[in-house]
Design a protein around this ligand. Structure first.
Ligand code: FES
Length: 364
């Protein structure tokens, strides 16, 4: 094995052999240290007391048994609990019971294995400290030559070099064999989302309603600098809660939430932004174009919208362009106008997909 003293750094002279004197130190520390060795081994209770060892064994078995119960519970929950079962959980509120059951049973299952293995290792497995001397890692030239000879003889014995047709047909068969596996994986991913990624519930003529009260907004009531969090008519408020499932409302929120701000019209720098608003009132998707968090922080002085997740910042006076952070696209603007009664309504749906990027976004 190469001794570290055989290597030369800077202009340090190369030592020739183990007896050569090391260069004198200049930092005041001693030239050599005595190897302090390992501290004395302290036996654990289970090492010296058979009753304690038995107790530790029972504890490990109990944890593994608990894990097995968790796994059985997971299997039962997977087949028995309906995927859309919902219920109220104390301290959390309404949620999907199927996910809750799978999560809890899986947690018990994994925790049982983890805690059991750690407890086993810490109480019963040998804990003596050992020193393993370092040896050269590379095999000798002779061994390497032997291994290469074995590989060569295997290649020659297979005759693949002489009969390439066998090689090609085997590669074709194995490649084809992978196709059902890939199809199985792709098939279990569920149906393609189709137009769902492009469409929201916003339609021309729908009123902008305050979230969560479901109150319509008069353009005259939106003062300079005020901010409203809005949803489309029919998807927020008491009536919507009576008619729609909680899951449908949550799904709508994930794509329809909009932030409405009244800016000084003189600050607006884009003609499109101006014409899609009403006297400086502009509405933008709240779904961050990075990975979809709600962009809900509006800085009144700077007119910046801030995403709390990764600090993407959008400039409202410049059509919500990204001025900082990982987002790469501006927030989509919702065209709005007013109806006969002076309430703000959507003049159209969004003209581009809201939220994070996805394959084929541009094509859609
Ligand atoms: S989700 Fe908004 S910055 Fe990442």
């Amino acid at each position: 094995m190469a001794d570290s003293s055989d290597y030369k750094t800077d202009d340090t002279p190369v030592r020739q052999g183990a007896d050569a004197a090391p260069p004198a130190r200049t930092d005041g520390l001693p030239e050599r240290f005595e190897n302090p060795g390992l501290p004395p081994h302290v036996p654990r209770r289970a090492d010296v007391d058979e009753a304690a060892a038995k107790r530790a064994e029972r504890q490990v078995v109990a944890m593994f048994a608990l894990s097995a119960l968790g796994t059985l519970g997971f299997i039962v929950a997977y087949f028995v609990v309906p995927a859309d079962a919902r219920g109220t959980v104390v301290g959390i509120g309404e949620m999907n019971l199927y996910h809750l059951a799978l999560g809890l049973t899986l947690a018990v299952s994994l925790s049982g294995i983890g805690f059991g293995a750690v407890h086993w290792a810490k109480t019963l497995m040998p804990d003596n400290e050992v020193i393993e001397e370092r040896h050269p890692q590379a095999s000798s030239d002779e061994d390497r030559e032997g291994a290469a000879a074995i590989l060569r003889s295997g290649w020659e014995g297979s005759q693949l070099g002489r009969r390439p047709l066998i090689l090609q047909s085997a590669a074709g068969a194995l490649g084809l064999f992978a196709v059902p596996l890939v199809l199985q994986v792709a098939g279990s991913l569920g149906p393609l989302p189709g137009r769902e990624l492009y469409d929201t519930n916003w339609r021309r003529g729908l009123r902008l309603m305050i979230d969560p009260s479901g109150t319509p907004i008069r353009a005259a009531d939106v003062t300079l600098g005020s901010v409203f969090h809005v949803m489309p008519e029919g998807w927020v408020g008491e009536e919507a809660e009576e008619e729609l499932s909680a899951a449908a409302i949550l799904e709508a929120k994930a794509e329809d939430q909009v932030i409405l701000v009244r800016l000084d019209p003189a600050l607006i720098q884009s003609e499109k932004q101006r014409s899609w608003g009403v006297d400086g009132i502009v509405a933008y998707s709240k779904v961050c174009t990075h990975v979809g968090c709600p962009v809900a922080l509006y800085e009144q002085q700077t007119h910046h919208l801030l995403c709390p997740c990764h600090q993407s910042t959008f400039d409202m006076t410049r059509d919500c362009e990204v001025i900082f952070g990982p987002a790469r696209r501006a927030l989509p603007q919702l065209p709005i106008t007013v109806d006969d009664e002076g309430y703000l309504i959507a003049d159209d749906s969004f003209q581009e997909p809201v939220g994070p990027s996805f394959w084929e976004r541009e094509r859609g």
